[in-house]
Design a protein around this ligand. Structure first.
Ligand code: F6P
Length: 336
């Protein structure tokens, strides 16, 4: 017997509108199916490539496609959902014209981890829809992250969990396989302002801007350098897992602007990854920028737009911004 008793359904009844509760329940139901498929692994025939590329030019895994189809079908049948946008699909899918919500999702973040039995997850963001009675189009989705009414992620790790914000803090739920329900384990997740742990793919160092190189050099120098303390690196190569670690025990995560691929302003997607994770991180007391500007203030120009991301412990996010300010450059290397 444990001390936890509030289910996701009870939490939503107390804290969310009927429309939001319904959309989040639909997402949670789909996540349980995805979690079961992941549990079966190779036995469910989900390992390996699907044989196509997604809109981002990445090889799709079989479970990317299955998860995408599951979420898309469930959400487009939800009466409150006016439209859906998936990281895996070129175009948005209009749903129910009378709905009041738009949902964007990354069906399986970190999917290259599936074949090696490591953590993956589903990230979602919910925006308001204002043109009831009319068919949703891409322009309706192009809202800054500050407009999000809810966001979160389902993480499929050693256990399946949900981190959720409705704009009043962050709640963490754990999936209970015996009752098949998400159960509240922490209704006030908070991130420390300072940290000694950072996450970045350091193999990209030669492509970074000078302020990011300077920052990481300072961390690597540890107590012999400007920071005067030692830091540890952690990199799961699935944003969902790196962000989850930060919510649980602190840290800073970066996928900064780099010059590796011409014309790409960083690797992560604003609407499917950066905005929902920024909402969660800010609501837990952390900060999230593109290195200089608050991510949730960026008005998207395209649903598949990419942005540099620096998020987590406030002190580190501010320190990185100060290095860019000192160098007089923006997050993409332009002069400030
Ligand atoms: O969405 C892309 C993603 O898988 C993120 O989840 C993760 O943080 C990043 O790519 C890993 O990138 P890299 O391959 O450079 O380690």
């Amino acid at each position: 017997m444990n001390a936890y008793s509030t289910t996701l359904a009870q939490y939503l009844e107390q804290h969310a509108t009927d429309a939001l509760a319904s959309a989040i329940t639909t997402l949670a139901t789909a996540s349980i199916s995805i979690s079961h498929l992941l549990d079966k692994g190779a036995l469910a025939g989900i390992h390996g490539e699907a044989g196509n590329q997604n809109v981002q030019g990445e090889a799709q895994k079989k479970l990317d496609v299955i998860s995408n189809d599951l979420l898309l079908s469930a959400l487009t049948h939800n009466p409150h959902c006016a439209g859906v946008a998936s990281e895996e699909l070129d175009e948005i899918s209009p749903a129910n014209n009378d709905g009041t919500l738009l949902v964007t999702f990354d069906p399986l973040d970190g999917s290259s981890n599936i074949d090696i039995n490591m953590t993956v997850g589903t990230i979602f963001s919910i925006l308001p829809y204002h043109r009831q009675g009319q068919k949703a189009c891409e322009d309706d989705f192009l809202q800054a992250g500050v407009n999000q009414v809810a966001a979160g992620y389902f993480i499929y790790g050693t256990s399946t969990m949900l981190a959720l914000t409705l704009g009043r803090g962050v709640a963490m739920f754990s999936f209970d396989p015996s009752s098949q329900a998400y159960v509240l384990i922490n209704d006030k997740v908070t991130i420390n302002h300072s940290t000694q742990e950072y996450a970045i793919n350091a193999s990209n160092r030669r492509y970074w801007l000078p302020p990011v190189q300077e920052y990481i050099d300072g961390l690597v120098a540890g107590d012999t350098g400007v920071r005067g303390k030692d830091f540890n690196t952690r990199w799961v190569a699935a944003m969902i897992a790196d962000v989850h670690r930060i919510l649980i025990r602190g840290g800073v995560f970066m996928y900064p602007y780099d010059t590796k691929i011409a014309g790409k302003a960083g690797k992560l997607r604003l609407m499917y990854e950066a905005n929902p994770m920024s909402f969660v991180i800010e609501q837990a007391g952390g900060a999230s920028t593109d290195a200089v500007q608050r991510i949730m203030d960026i008005t998207p120009t395209h649903i598949h737009q990419r942005v540099p991301v620096v998020l987590g412990a406030k002190e580190e996010v501010e320190y990185i911004k100060a290095l860019h300010d000192k160098a007089g450059i923006l997050a993409n290397g332009d002069k400030a």
